[in-house]
Design a protein around this ligand. Structure first.
Ligand code: AHM
Ligand code: MG
Length: 343
């Protein structure tokens, strides 16, 4: 009989840290706290829509408390799970304009966290998968007990020490990497524990799925238009690529990570920097996908992880997924640019 491993998220993180004698256990503690926030958010996401039926929408819930929008609920849950731990010197959230300081009553630590509390939130009302994304760095300002600064938050993605996401879908799944291997844990709602379900995820070098908002076709780079036509043509492959686009980056990339494929949010004529945010969305997803053997660039051969952010809410074009798919896309873009320069 196969042995039941009961590899919970805390145990897995703990065992991972034991492999590094210099580890202090801090990163484990951080990831565990994020797991806790994820359970709280997951419960609330599962109740989405019930508020109307139970008649407590409007300004106050049954307890006389303000009813929060789900994305603000997720934002608050993460801050409350993390700000008192003594591990962080500063935080930043896609839901807040400026950096978030650690309250003066709590110890200041050596880590920095940036997060998108609920990505794809326009999908909530339709019961479509959404997610939380996080990115962790060590501070670069002196670790002397002083609060962290904007400089700590604007580090290139290559400096990340860990990153992860949680998808609230048909089940809730927590995926993280601390740089070596990407691991996924599914929440067992009966135990309230994340259990190892996807060990050491490796991305196929070539996939069969492309994910992009094709409604923007008219505004695309001509090389991108040709690339998509190439994927759709029968004569170029055994069969055409499948088009799959949820409209939640975290869920789209999670699927492609497991099945192989390419996700794109390009620059176009209307949005020269695309739509997605470098520090909250692109950096952590790029760190995870690269750790699984995939690739993430801006379509012009620059790694997402090598961008030096200049502002917190900066956007960047992104092509992310199976390595050979990204290479081919870049070839199409490059060829078209050469053709334009030569004409
Ligand atoms: P959000 O952070 O406001 O939820 O926006 C980000 C989301 C991504 O999850 C998704 O990939 C993208 O927006 C979809 O945008 P579009 O509707 O333009 O295709
Ligand atoms: Mg988002």
């Amino acid at each position: 009989m196969a042995k039941t491993r009961f590899m919970t998220l805390p145990r897995h993180i703990d065992e991972g840290e034991k492999l590094h004698p210099s580890a202090t256990g801090e990163l484990s503690a951080i990831l565990n706290q994020i797991g806790l926030a994820a359970k709280v958010i997951s419960l609330e996401v599962n109740k989405a829509g019930l508020a109307d039926i139970l008649g407590f929408t409007g300004d106050e819930n049954v307890h006389g408390e303000q009813v929060k929008k789900l994305d603000m609920f997720a934002h608050d849950a993460l801050i409350r799970a993390l700000d008192h731990t003594g591990h962080f010197c500063v935080m930043a959230s896609e839901e807040e304009e400026d950096i978030i300081h650690i309250p003066a009553k709590h110890k200041i630590g050596k880590y920095v966290i940036l997060f998108d509390p609920l990505d794809g939130s326009s999908n909530i009302d339709a019961n479509v998968s959404i997610g939380t994304i996080f990115s962790i760095f060590k501070r670069i300002t002196p670790d002397n007990g002083n609060p962290g600064t904007m400089e700590d938050c604007l580090q290139p993605g290559i400096n990340q020490v860990a990153a992860g996401y949680i998808v609230y879908g048909s089940s809730t799944i927590f995926v993280y990497t601390a740089g070596h291997g990407v691991h996924g844990f599914t929440l067992d709602p009966a135990f309230g524990e994340f259990l190892l379900s996807h060990e050491d995820i490796k991305m196929k070098s070539r996939g069969g799925i492309y994910s992009i908002n094709e409604g923007n076709y008219k505004y695309w780079h001509p090389g991108l238009k040709k690339y998509i036509k190439h994927l759709q043509a029968w004569d170029n492959h055994e069969k055409p690529y499948k088009s799959r686009y949820i409209g939640s980056m975290v869920a789209d990339i999670h699927r492609n990570l497991l099945y192989g494929g390419i996700f794109m949010y390009p620059a176009d004529k209307r949005n020269p920097n695309g739509k997605l945010r470098l520090v909250y969305e692109c950096n952590p997803m790029a760190f995870i996908v690269e750790a699984a053997g995939g690739k993430a660039t801006d379509g012009k051969k620059k790694r997402i992880l090598e961008y030096k952010p200049t502002e917190l809410h900066q956007r960047v074009p992104i092509y992310i997924g199976s390595k050979d798919d990204i290479d081919l896309l870049e070839k199409f873009i490059e060829e078209e640019e050469i053709a334009v320069t030569e004409s």
